[in-house]
Design a protein around this ligand. Structure first.
Ligand code: ADP
Length: 384
């Protein structure tokens, strides 16, 4: 194989923090990489061999970027999938495949896919416009409360809103959307499945995600989740059925709801490294980033078990601060055992912007969770 200290190149669409962390493995294995991102200050820029500034949704730009790489992957879903399909036809190995991305890029198509494959998910109705949804509410076909989801470009909860009244309904954006049943959530869980072209499949342990009540962003990820063995097995079974349906190559992060009634439903998936797997860098035998690299190169997959328990804290910009970033009290949290900060290298902070994360590892999950809270209360992401 000509990747290790060789001439073959992996192309990565997107140069954010996920790209940057993926490059830790390519650096370790001396693999040539080329990254494209719209921002000239993309976090991954420093760690790749070649950087191209370009629009990921632009057909021509993506084709031009991908045509001379040997394997093309992504670290963000919002890329031009038609360009990827074209590159596949030209013989570039594109992982995840263009077809997988096309399905998941549209939340409505994704839900229909689950329905077709009999994958358990919350009930929903699709609408081609906000007007049609309002009309359905008026006629009593949809009743409050429900969850409105925009069909496209949702990210970190911005395309999702709980609608409890006509007033809430007025606030949602125009465009194609769905009305989904409000799930009675006990816990939000996640399982990362990895699949290689030769069909080898491995699952990471089920993790638990705790959300920030206002920002609707993940605040803590606990690995493993505090659930019974039976629930963990059921979650794995569902995640594997999703993986089987997609036949993806590389990572597939499956977000799940454990309902108060004890059922496991699929919320959505991401066919790439995921925030819920960052803990794996320190807590697992094989990090999700190494695993993705192994999969797209068709190498044997690594051990997905935890060496220790891990709790990940997202480091987001503090409310009220916008501008050149300053990490206050970083030196204090470094004095605590098992604390591993990751700073993504974004120059500007904004309220709730993901600026980094910190993984706390410990033999005991409850101690790791306590330290995570201390870390969260100590460190501040502010502007100078
Ligand atoms: P995004 O793609 O923007 O991350 P998600 O579909 O993951 O959006 O939804 C974000 C969050 O909104 C979920 O993690 C969950 O907390 C809440 N949510 C989404 N769908 C439902 C639902 N049907 N019922 C209750 N809460 C939901």
């Amino acid at each position: 194989m000509g990747f290790f200290s060789g001439q073959q190149t992996i192309g990565i669409l997107g140069g954010g923090q996920l790209g940057k962390m993926l490059l830790a493995t390519t650096r370790q294995w001396d693999i040539q990489t080329k990254v494209m991102d719209p921002s000239g200050e993309a976090p991954a820029r420093l760690a790749c061999n070649q950087f191209i500034q370009g629009d990921l949704m632009d057909y021509e730009a993506v084709v031009a970027f991908g045509k001379d790489v040997d394997i093309l992957t992504i670290e963000i879903e919002n890329v031009n999938a038609d360009a990827l399909a074209h590159l596949e036809k030209k013989g570039v190995q594109v992982y995840p495949q263009a077809q997988v991305l096309k399905i998941i890029q549209n939340k409505c198509h994704q839900k229909e896919f689950y329905q077709q494959h009999r994958i358990p998910t919350a009930s929903f109705q699709l609408f081609s416009s906000k007007e049609k949804l309002k009309d359905a509410v008026l006629r009593g076909f949809v009743s409050f409360p429900f969850v409105w989801k925009s069909e496209s470009m949702g990210y970190d909860g911005y395309g999702v809103k709980i609608v409890r009244s006509n007033h809430d309904l007025e606030q949602v954006n125009e465009g194609g959307c769905m009305a989904e049943d409000l799930v009675n959530i006990d816990k939000e869980l996640g399982i990362i499945v990895c699949r290689s072209p030769k069909g080898e499949i491995k699952c990471y342990p089920c993790v638990e995600m705790e959300f920030h009540p206002e920002a609707n962003q993940v605040e803590y990820v606990l690995s493993p989740a505090r659930i019974s063995k039976a629930v963990a097995n059921k979650a794995e079974e569902v995640a594997l059925s999703v993986s089987k349906a997609f036949q993806h190559v590389g990572l597939l992060a499956v977000e799940l709801f454990l309902t108060k009634e004890g059922e496991i439903w699929v919320n959505e998936v991401a066919p790439r490294p995921h925030n819920s797997g960052h803990y794996s860098i320190e807590a697992s035998f094989t990090s999700q980033f190494e695993q993705h690299t192994r999969a797209i190169l068709n190498l044997p997959l690594g051990n997905t078990e935890n060496k220790l328990t891990g709790v990940m804290v997202n480091l987001v910009g503090k409310e009220g601060y916008t501008g050149a970033v300053h990490y206050k009290n970083l030196e204090h949290i470094l004095a605590i055992e098992g604390v591993n900060p990751h700073i993504y290298g974004k120059k500007e902070t904004r309220p709730f912007r993901k600026m980094g994360h910190i993984t706390i590892i410990n033999k005991d999950l409850s101690i790791a969770r306590k330290i995570a809270e201390e870390v969260k209360e100590t460190i501040e992401v502010i502007s100078k």
